[in-house]
Design a protein around this ligand. Structure first.
Ligand SMILES: [Zn+2]
Length: 98
C-alpha cells in the first residue's frame, strides 16, 4: 500500500459517499411519508440513527445505505420494472412517525 492510500484511509472513511437525505425522495415515493427523520437501528451493531444520517452510495444500480457506526449495509433500494425494491435486512427497526 502506498503512503497516499494510507493517508486516504486514515481520513474520512466514507469519503465520496452521500448522506441519507438522498433516500428521502425515493422512500417518500414508496411509503408516501417523509422518512429521513425516522429512526433506524443497525442490525449489525444496534446503533440507532435517523435515515438522513446513513452513509449512502449511489454507484451501483439503485442506492445503498450503510451504518455510519460499523459500515454494514442497512438498506438497499432500487427501482426495477415499475417497482421500488427494498432490502432492509440490515435494519433491525424502522420507526415511522404516524
Ligand atoms: Zn452498524
Amino acid at each position: 500500500m502506498s503512503t497516499d492510500e494510507e493517508e486516504h484511509m486514515s481520513g474520512d472513511a466514507f469519503e465520496g459517499a452521500l448522506d441519507g437525505n438522498v433516500l428521502g425522495g425515493p422512500l417518500g415515493e414508496a411509503f408516501g411519508v417523509e422518512l429521513t427523520a425516522s429512526r433506524v437501528s443497525c442490525a449489525a451493531c444496534t446503533r440507532v440513527a435517523v435515515v438522513a444520517d446513513l452513509v449512502v452510495y449511489d454507484a451501483g444500480p439503485g442506492l445503498v445505505g450503510r451504518c455510519r457506526g460499523c459500515g454494514e449495509v442497512m438498506l438497499r433500494m432500487a427501482r426495477l420494472r415499475g417497482e421500488m425494491v427494498l432490502d432492509l435486512r440490515g435494519t433491525s427497526l424502522l420507526r415511522i412517525a404516524v
